[in-house]
Write a protein that binds this ligand. Structure first.
Ligand code: DAH
Length: 342
């Protein structure tokens, strides 16, 4: 019994040695490891055969088995290392860098024309001492309309085709609600601008359901229409060139009184008359006015003590004038042929 098992161990060792020399790859190493050293492997079955032997011969046979096991582990580990080395060399050889090849050209990106325009507008006003504020794009009826002196059923609501969302909220139709949010928190002097996206149910070559505005508000003691005119005229000349003519035209907004719209001499035809300015020589670029006393009342600022002016301008409109773009939708299509021109 004992000799039989010892012979068997010797045979197994011989077979294993020849199998080891014929190993072709890493998978084969793994297979042999399972075959000999696995839980149901040959070594394990030798050990259980050994337990049937009389106890005095077991140590001798056990030693043989353990030696075989140690031998197998060592040989298999050696093989694993060899194949690991081979595959590492293969990877290096495959990935070898040819430093004489020309580099791959990565096209540098640049800012979107709307962002560039917004940054120029914001830069001019921050240069004049205005600070930047932001407000939510999903607004309440109160901030978007009521606090701005547009009560329910007011006809001025028809000027804004509003997107309503769940819970009685709406997508702000202008950046003016930021005026209210800032005046609720801060006391004059207030010098603020608020750039951001606004939404209206409108879509054609000059209207988009989402577009951008910059709101402005200045509140302090003794602010009058002259201040408004000067600040906005300075803005127009910085934005469109020193030679630009600027005119203020009476208008109406519920949150300002008096209100005006600002036109500049047409940037395309220099005021001679063209398709863009509808032959008038002027293009409208913003709305403005003196803050309505009822707006001050809604934020608890005393209109007898403080006055102020506000304005709102459309970023797309200004970008279209500056770059000579005739379809607002081009801004949002992300067509590289369009964007690469800026
Ligand atoms: N909120 C107005 C609009 O979207 C623009 C505007 C006009 C803003 C006059 C103002 C303002 O602050 O004083 O049409």
């Amino acid at each position: 019994m004992k000799d039989e098992l010892v012979n068997k161990i010797a045979t197994i060792r011989r077979t294993a040695m020849s199998e080891l020399t014929n190993i072709a790859d890493e998978d084969a190493v793994r297979e042999l490891r399972v075959k000999y050293l696995g839980r149901k492997g040959i070594i394990q079955s030798l050990l259980s055969e050994m337990s049937a032997l009389p106890s005095h011969v077991r140590p001798e046979v056990g030693k043989e088995i353990n030696e075989l096991k140690a031998f197998l582990i060592e040989e298999l580990d050696k093989k694993t290392k060899v194949f690991l080395e081979i595959s590492r060399e293969e990877i290096i050889a495959k990935g070898r860098l040819d430093i004489t090849l020309p580099g791959r050209y990565v096209k540098p990106g640049h800012r979107h024309p709307l962002r560039t325009t917004m940054e120029s507008i914001v830069d001019i006003f921050t240069g004049l001492g205005f600070s930047i504020y932001e407000g939510p794009e999903v607004e309440t009826d109160y901030y978007n309309f009521e606090a701005l002196n547009v009560p329910p059923e007011h006809p001025a609501r028809d000027m804004h085709d509003t997107f309503y969302v769940e819970g009685g909220l709406l997508l702000r139709t202008h950046t003016s609600p930021v005026q209210i949010r800032v005046m609720e928190k801060e006391r004059p002097p207030i010098f603020m601008i608020a750039p951001g996206a606004v939404y209206r149910r409108d879509s054609d070559i000059s209207h988009s359901p989402m577009f951008h505005q910059v709101e402005g508000l200045l509140v302090d003691k003794d602010i009058n229409f002259g201040h408004l005119k000067e600040v906005l005229a300075v803005f127009c000349r910085k934005m469109f060139g020193e030679k630009r003519d600027v005119r203020f035209r009476p208008s109406f907004f519920p949150f300002t009184e008096p209100s005006a719209e600002v036109d500049i001499s047409c940037v395309i035809c220099q005021g001679k008359g063209c398709r863009i300015c509808k032959m008038s020589g002027w293009v409208e670029i913003l709305g403005c006015g003196m803050v309505h006393p009822l707006v001050f009342k809604s934020v608890n600022i005393n209109p007898k003590k403080y006055t102020g002016f506000a304005f709102g301008l459309g970023i797309e409109r200004i970008a279209m004038l500056i770059y000579g773009i005739n379809d607002i939708r081009l801004f949002y299509e992300n067509d590289m042929r369009f964007l690469e021109q800026f």
